[in-house]
Every structure is written in C-alpha cells, then in structure tokens.
Design a protein around this ligand. Sequence first.
Ligand code: OSB
Ligand code: MG
Length: 369
Amino acid sequence: MRISTVELRRVRLPLVHQFRTSSHAKRELEHILVTLTASDGTVGWGEIASPSGPFYSAETVESCWAVSRSFLAPLVLGVSWEHPSELASAMARVRGNHFARAGFDMAAWAMWSSDNSLPLASALGGTRSRVAAGVSLGIEPAIDDLLEQVDARVSEGYKRVKLKIAPGWDVEPVRAVRAAFPAVTLHVDANGIYDISEKSVFGVLDRLGLTMIEQPFAPRELVAHATLQARLETPLCLDESIEDIGDLRTALHLGAGRVINIKVSRMGGLTHAVRAHDLARDAGVPVWCGGMHEFGVGRAANVALSSLPGFTLPSDVSGSDKYYARDITTRPIVCTDGFVAVPTTAGLGWEPDVDFLSEHVTDQVSIVT
Ligand code: OSB
Ligand code: MG
C-alpha cells in the first residue's frame, strides 16, 4: 500500500469527572486524530492520546503535533508497504515519541484490516469475543467521594477497580475501600511517585489482598522494582517502565514485576504492543491493556488488543460514558456486565463521527505527497 494523504486533527473533549493521578489532574483532553488515506482510497483512523503535559511520559500534545507534521507524516507518505509492521519499522527511525508513532501505527492497522476484510482484533491475532473491563479511579477530594465512585462502578459490573495512590492518599483510602468492598478485585497505581526507600506503605498494602501494585517507583528504577518485588507477596505491575521490547526484556530478566500493563500509546503502537504481548506470554507473565482515556478510535484499538490470548486480566476498556458525555464515534463503546464485545466487522469496528468531531477540532492540517 502507499499512503497519499495524512490528515491530523487536534480534538478537545471535556471529561465528565475530573481525573487526578500522583502526577497531574485533568478536566478535559486534547488528542490528535490521524487519518491515513491510501492511493486506492482505503482510509484508516488512529489516535495520539498523549496528555497535554509531560507528566506521564516526556511527550505532550505539542510535541506529538510537531513530530507528526515534520517527521512521521513525511516518512509514511514516502513508504510502500504490505503489512503495518513494515510501516512501524520505517517509523522506528524516529527515536522515542511513542504516542505520536502509535497514532500512525494504529491508523495503518485499521486501514490494513479493513482492506483485508478482517476485524482489527483478528488481524492482530485476537481470540476472544468479548473482553473483561476494569475501571481506573483517580485521587478524589475525600474518601467518601472515592467510596461513592467505587460503589457506582462495582454496581455497573466492572471486573476490577484500580485506585490511584500517592503519598498522603494510599493506606487510608485503600483500607477504606477494602473494608467496604471485601470481595472486589482491587489494584493500586502510584504512577512512579514513591521514593525507592519507601517500605512501610508497601508493607501495609501487601496485606490488603490487592491483585497488583502498579508502578511504585520512577520508570527507570527497574532494579528497585525487582528488590521490592522480592519482598512482597503482591505482584508488582509495570506501566511507565516499559516503553519498548528492550525494557520488557530487561524487566523480565530482573524480575522487576509479575504483571505487565501494555499500553498501545506507550509502546508506540499496536505492532509493538503485540510483540510485547508475545514476549510476556512466552515468559508466562500475564498482561492487561492500560488506557490513556482514549476517545473512541484509540479505545477501539484497546478493545482489539485486549482480545489477544495473553490478556488474562481485566483491561482499562471502560465504556465511553465513564469519561465522555459523547464520544467521537457514531456509536459509543459500551460495557455490559463488565464486558465489552469485540466487533466482528472489518477494520476498527467503530466509525468516527466526522460531523461531531469537526465541532471539537481546534486545529487541523492535511499533508500530501
Ligand atoms: O497510569 O494508567 C495510568 C491516565 C492517565 C495517565 C496514566 C494512567 C491513566 C489511567 C487511564 O489510568 C485509565 C483509562 O484510560 O481507562
Ligand atoms: Mg498506570
């Protein structure tokens, strides 16, 4: 295939509920939608789901916009390819910038699967007809607010609840949730905020029956994660630490975690996310798909990825309604009784609603050969 046009749209949507992690808070999101059109007219959509500021990873919406326009678009416009992995290899000339690369890679997979009349999930090697959905809850003003959130999500049937933690918001809220919901599958995510000398907090959390403790330390502190993991019963899960296959290989070698959160954005796209899945599966390490509050396009890619056999833990594929009053796709992504059905139609499975989208576009550019 040969791509003849790249369109980039910056799209802004408000969140229905403020989301706070140990690193930042947000009330609205601005993501970049990538539309690739091939010379035969086939179209593929992808989403660059970078947060606005460089607090989760080094990327920002601005950096993604600049790299996409100046480097990725010219690069993909010049390449002839038979499979999305070839385009991913071509884009790997660009170091880092994984969120930006992910948007292009996702669009290539959407285009390729629709051109081959395959659902995206099957194109990736997915085997499940529905995927178990977990939900991620931010830091709330007070414990009662958090309990209310957990109650609502558990009643809706979500299969797992993840709580964001930070110093000053860890043992107390987690204990309160555990006491009120003794049977709920619960995990915590620190987004790398704790100092590697921290012991007592993890000692207490280790006795609260958590499925995992996600990213306690800074991304590059793999040895510290391995040391902590050796002292804990609870599996550690790595998120920010795993930006590429090399990171994953190192983490598995060190025993830095027993669970891996695979994010399409953080890994630089579906091509690398599938490779990470394969490597973890060969090592006997369970994985789940993490989210970045994706709009419907990126969320659809997460659903497809989560259908692969190694995704044995509930993924962050909450219904669109958990984050947006109205999603950018013609149909929202719906979670029923804790599951999202994997589409059986060719391509992404959800269509962007271009009219609705255009009302929320803050900037757009079209780049042609
Ligand atoms: O660590 O998973 C994270 C959102 C922003 C930054 C980091 C994270 C998150 C989430 C989003 O938890 C969860 C979702 O998209 O469903
Ligand atoms: Mg995380």
